[in-house]
Design a protein around this ligand. Sequence first.
Ligand code: 1PR
Length: 535
Amino acid sequence: STPDSVVTLLDYGAGNVRSIRNALRHLGFSIKDVQTPGDILNADRLIFPGVGAFAPAMDVLNKTGMAEALCTYIENDRPFLGICLGLQLLFESSEENGPVKGLGLIPGRIGRFDPSAGIRVPHIGWNALQVGKDSEILDDVGNRHVYFVHSYRAIPSNENKEWISSTCNYGESFISSIRRGNVHAVQFHPEKSGEVGLSVLRRFLQPKLRVTQKPMEGKASKLAKRVIACLDVRSNDKGDLVVTKGDQYDVREQSNENEVRNLGKPVDLAGQYYKDGADEISFLNITGFRDFPLGDLPMIQVLRYTSENVFVPLTVGGGIRDFTDASGRYYSSLEVAAEYFRSGADKISIGSDAVYAAEEFMKSGVKTGKSSLEQISRVYGNQAVVVSIDPRRVYVNHPDDVPYKVIRVTNPGPNGEEYAWYQCTVSGGREGRPIGAFELAKAVEELGAGEILLNCIDCDGQGKGFDTDLVKLISDSVGIPVIASSGAGTPQHFSEVFEKTNASAALAAGIFHRKEVPIQSVKEHLLEEGIEVRI
Ligand code: 1PR
């Protein structure tokens, strides 16, 4: 490779930088990893994708001498691109587990989003930028959406205003990018922002590209509602990994052979949905509750291959828990999650194990810090941890019939029951537990979940619409984003769930796999209904 095609990457080992590596390779660049502070000083162009929390990152940078090298490099106006925490660390300090001192190159303190402003924290999803003059690397963005995932942000002030190249609105105006000379940093994730994001990276890497183009026109103005494609993955009876889809969680064909329904190959389908405009892709290893996912290497391979060509967020779930294999080797849930992150996952999703953790927490009222949910959230941040709930509707005659949150349902039960509660299940819906979806959602938020994937067994695969009673109940009772899932059959079902509830995203599987409704039609319908989406 020629020097022109090499980019230096500062990866201090705190988490998943696989996505940025994949994006850089996709753009035809090879990567030189920083080993010593000298590598920073000698870089022709340096990318710093900050991951993890502020304090441990500063700790590593200080201890290794990288902090000083970074300051020198930036003060010398060398080509630099910081991403996410890589923007925040340039500021004076952060209140994340602090105050903690930052590199101090830009005036200002990093603070947490204030949920009392009526917003959900973390700020997850596709949002619009107000791009100022001469940001240069953002010229293709115009006001199209880019992908954010963070709970802390920098605020514009008189002291830092000459650094600011764009701001974004989320309950307040915060700094979404800075630029001074050759020094750039962005709060969003260009490596996860689809084609628009790739062009931001390209413009940073190849300054010649910047000269002629005019800023693009767009019409994004705020956080968009997300449309997520979900791939339920498992081995079929021949041992091949396939995308399957159940009816109320039963994935076997109603034929004599009774085989596992096969709707395609996971990597191919994910690539297709990326091209079709999915805002995010979820893989659920649906037999993970009984098969050990690290034994199931094909799933890890699926993630690796997918993340090489798909530049929107990837979530993977199934089997995230402590495990002892046949030879007696113990794996912690943290190791399982780490392997998923290393293979290209941006978020992991926990089902069964989160139910046990929530039950335990509700019984004792004590956070032990030992559950998979708490541990993964502590190490990777709550924005990386989704809890997947698999509830089943249980009708009752009277609100006092059960010790769980009961709601009045829109459609009465088979015996005219006007009320219902939503019982959580584990092991892919096979076992009901003594906890409701409402209680679970509140408990897992406390324990460190950053988002809730809300399924509904009754609606799964039925194509009759989301359970808006359930989605409303849960999205009104937590402050983290809620993804509505199960039951989508038409584009109208998506607008219905966004109009009737506070869901941040809607997920579907069957209609996309069976090619009944293209993702594009869902987006167009939502736009017509005046609901903001990423186009
Ligand atoms: O318990 O941590 O090992 O995680 C297991 C994960 O696998 C959970 O997230 C659980 O939801 C999922 N899962 C387990 N069994 C099944 C099954 O179908 N037999 N799938 C299953 C869950 C629900 C959604 C589905 C939507 C939309 N499937 O993923 O994609 O309902 O479908 P639709 O649009 O076709 O209606 P753990």
